[in-house]
Design a protein around this ligand. Structure first.
Ligand code: SF4
Ligand code: SF4
Ligand code: SF4
Ligand code: FES
Length: 736
């Protein structure tokens, strides 16, 4: 480690690594230097001049956001001259800014408002009329109010660099400079809302949040996004039992402040008018609303009857319900219903990976590894669409650490923009390799395969960009047509991969069973430390597998259960009949939020709570466990765990299963499920704890049907259909 540089800031001795910016060095000493355009992790802009400080022996004030520390440097941040500079900068920034805080969404959490309170002048010397332009709607979720904009370019940079999209730029010059979207008057982009969050003022506002409330009127509940398997923490703003917004500005959780459109906006399904709020029982061929007690009694009586008659039960669990619910369901099925016929929709072959790594430790990669490891190989998946957080991490790793990225995929992917090498698998007949069947593809207007050439590889700063690629990523001629086989493509990369100091391999359902073992053999043959991520689709796909929602000895798989003449089929939080499957079981019970294709065929439908309406834990695609926090209640719906507990009680079987209290069930999980003896303080303080299944096997069945839905950015299985936001964005329609 190089010697630390010693300097003083406001008389305090400070030590910092060479290259550290004065603004960051000051922060480590507890000294805040005000800033608008500077933003940790983004390229430098030096546009606002708010961070001016005095430095001894320097003739003029310096911008602390661009000045690296130097030995013996003496910095002063709180002199009269600095205060005056801040005041003048603010006066200048307010030349056109309306200071309409009482009606601005950002009021109460606005960086400009705070600075004006702290350093601003009581009145302005400008008497000229302010330039006014009307508010614009860039998309259903992004609104822009130009007069409030202070031209810090944070939005442009987060979209270019963080998202790799490059949908925002600047038009015009001087006082009429304005942030503009990529498609004339509207945005065609990821609709992630990151630009809104990062805007220090109320210039960019959210279509779903604007004019709804004030930040101090909400409770802020740290939940986990219930859509893809990446496991982003989303802090829900809750008021009067309604979720008003989602963001993660406190940067807690594995995702920092990243959220895609689903985590930031697509919680709205909870409030859909078709949400089930009362149990339904089929009477004379029609589903009719009944009381909870009647519905539970109907289920319990029939289950007891089937047990007494020696009938056959089938149980299908969920990729979205909590670990506690999945564990309890498996226990219910095995110990009370005495059935081995249990399964769930499996979306990635984690079992084969854990099996292939059995006896080895430290080879399951985390979300953090994608940001810190020196090289990453992506196989099969279009991460930017299917696993946005993982894609974000890899992009940040490339920008901040110059990580070497490789991709072997059937379709162009966003990673192609900065890979060392991309190989495009040729699939006979032109269909994508693997089982991509729907949302995969590139949104018109942002062809991620487009190649722009330019010298060097350093990220660029500022709007536009010097290379012609607005995202700032340089794409040399790196995309090569490949063989029709992943392993042949891997052989083509062997020498380059061998030369890497370490590697993370990320793969989707293109690799299953023996091919996962072959992939691990390939990784081992490289002779370098290799970690793996097996991609799974949904928020608790991994937990469903770990909790044992898989067939026992002689048990039927999901597809077999649907085709069998079961005496009773119990479906919890899944929609296995969505593709026109007709129910065969004599008795069908469904727990769900909506009247899905499966629920429509049921004898009893029990309205279930969503992830935002209950407590528990979930496990993401990398095997990291996080806690869900209860944010709201929806009248009439109950958590699946509670529903199962009530059925057990009604059947006089509750004693065998124990209390249906999430904390108690999780304590049992920690005692009995291999790898789940995780440190509680980590998850109790909002962190993620990695499960360690490697020295033992997770449950699985040879011959299991594994099929990813490959949901794109604007789809989320059955749940996505009920999100108004996902249905309203233009890209969502283009993406289907
Ligand atoms: S919503 Fe996201 S992708 Fe769209 S412009 Fe803003 S930052 Fe870029
Ligand atoms: S819209 Fe907001 S983030 Fe973008 S330049 Fe203006 S003030 Fe900065
Ligand atoms: S990346 Fe996945 S987990 Fe994160 S916000 Fe998007 S859908 Fe949710
Ligand atoms: S924060 Fe330094 S110039 Fe804007």
């Amino acid at each position: 480690m190089p010697d630390l540089v010693k300097l003083t800031i406001d008389g305090r001795p400070v030590q910092a690594a060479p290259g550290t910016l004065v603004i960051d060095a000051a922060k480590t000493a507890g000294i805040e230097i005000p800033a608008f355009c500077y933003y940790e992790g983004l390229t430098l802009q030096a546009a606002c001049r708010m961070c001016l400080v005095e430095v001894e022996k320097m003739p003029k004030m310096m911008t602390a956001c661009t000045l690296p520390v130097a030995e013996g440097m003496v910095v002063r941040t709180e002199t009269a001259a600095v205060a005056q500079a801040r005041k003048y900068t603010l006066e200048f920034l307010l030349t056109n800014h309306p200071l309409d805080c009482p009606v601005c969404d950002k009021g109460g959490e606005c960086e400009l408002q705070d600075m004006v309170f702290r350093y601003g002048a009581g009145e302005s010397r400008y008497t000229e009329e302010k330039v006014h332009t009307p508010e614009k709607q860039f998309s259903p979720v992004v609104f822009f109010d130009a007069p409030r904009c202070i031209l810090c370019f944070r939005c442009v940079r987060i979209c270019n660099e963080g998202m790799g999209v490059g949908a925002l730029g600047v038009i015009n010059r001087g006082v009429v400079s304005e942030i503009a979207p990529n498609e004339g008057d509207h945005l065609e982009c990821d609709e992630c809302g990151a630009c809104i969050d990062i805007c220090p003022v109320g210039a960019l506002t959210s279509g779903t949040y604007r004019y709804q409330t004030r930040p101090w009127e909400m409770q802020h509940v740290g939940a986990i996004c219930t859509h893809c398997g990446d496991g982003c923490k989303t802090t829900l703003g809750v008021r009067n039992n309604h979720i008003i917004r989602g963001n993660n500005r406190d940067r807690s959780g594995i995702n920092g402040e990243f959220l895609c459109i689903k985590g930031r906006y697509a919680f709205d399904f909870y409030d859909h008018p078709e949400r089930l709020q009362a149990p339904l029982v089929r009477k004379n061929g029609k589903l009719e609303e009944v009381s909870w007690s009647e519905a539970l009694e109907t289920v319990a009586n029939r289950f007891n009857q089937v047990r007494a008659d020696g009938g056959t039960f089938g149980v299908i669990g969920s990729n979205h319900t909590t670990n506690e619910e999945n564990f309890y369901l498996r226990k219910f099925a095995r110990e009370v219903l005495a059935t081995p016929h249990i399964d769930h929709h499996r979306t990635g072959d984690v079992t084969a990976l854990v099996d292939a790594l059995s006896g080895k430790t430290g080879q399951m990669a985390t979300v953090a590894d994608l940001y810190t490891r020196k090289a990453v190989l992506v196989l099969g998946a279009d991460l930017a669409l299917e696993h946005p957080l993982l894609s974000f991490q890899i992009r940040a790793n490339y920008r901040h650490h110059q990580a070497h990225v490789y991709a072997v995929t059937a379709e162009p992917v966003r990673e192609d923009k900065y890979t060392v090498a991309s190989i495009r698998i040729r699939v006979p007949g032109g269909a994508p390799a693997g089982q991509h069947d729907g949302d995969l593809g590139v949104i018109p207007g942002r062809d991620v395969g487009a190649v722009s050439t330019g010298p060097g590889s350093a990220p660029i700063g500022g709007p536009g960009g010097a290379t012609g690629d607005p995202t700032g990523f340089v794409n040399p001629d790196n995309v090569a047509p490949g063989p029709p086989d992943y392993f042949e493509a891997l052989e083509q990369l062997r020498d380059r991969l061998k030369a890497e100091p370490e590697l993370v391999i990320v793969f989707d359902d293109s690799f299953q069973g023996p091919n996962v073992h072959r992939l691990v053999e390939f990784g081992e043959s490289l002779g370098i430390p290799v970690r793996y991520i097996c991609l799974v689709d949904y928020s608790n796909s991994r937990g469903a597998l770990d909790m044992g929602l898989v067939p026992g000895e002689g048990g039927m798989r999901l597809d077999q259960m649907l085709a069998a003449d079961l005496s009773a089929l119990w479906v919890v939080g899944a929609n296995p009949m969505k593709n026109g499957v007709t129910r065969k079981a004599d008795f069908l019970v469904v727990q769900d939020l909506f009247l899905t294709e499966t629920a429509l065929q049921a004898d009893v439908v029990l309205p279930a709570a969503s992830a935002y309406e209950k407590s528990g834990t979930v496990t993401n695609t990398t095997g990291e466990v996080q806690r869900l926090k209860h944010a709201i209640n929806t009248m009439g719906a109950k958590p699946d765990l509670e529903i199962m507990g009530f059925i057990a009680r009604q059947m006089d079987a509750a004693a065998a299963l124990g209390p249906w209290v999430p904390e108690t069930v999780f304590a049992e999980i920690r005692r009995t499920v291999h790898g789940y003896d995780i440190p509680l303080p980590v998850i109790d303080t909002g962190g993620a704890a990695l499960t360690m299944p490697v020295n033992g096997r997770v449950s699985g069945t040879p011959g299991a049907v594994i099929h990813s839905d490959h949901n794109g950015l604007f789809a989320s299985g059955t749940l996505g259909r009920y999100s108004k936001v996902l249905n309203s964005v233009l890209e969502g329609r283009l993406d289907r």
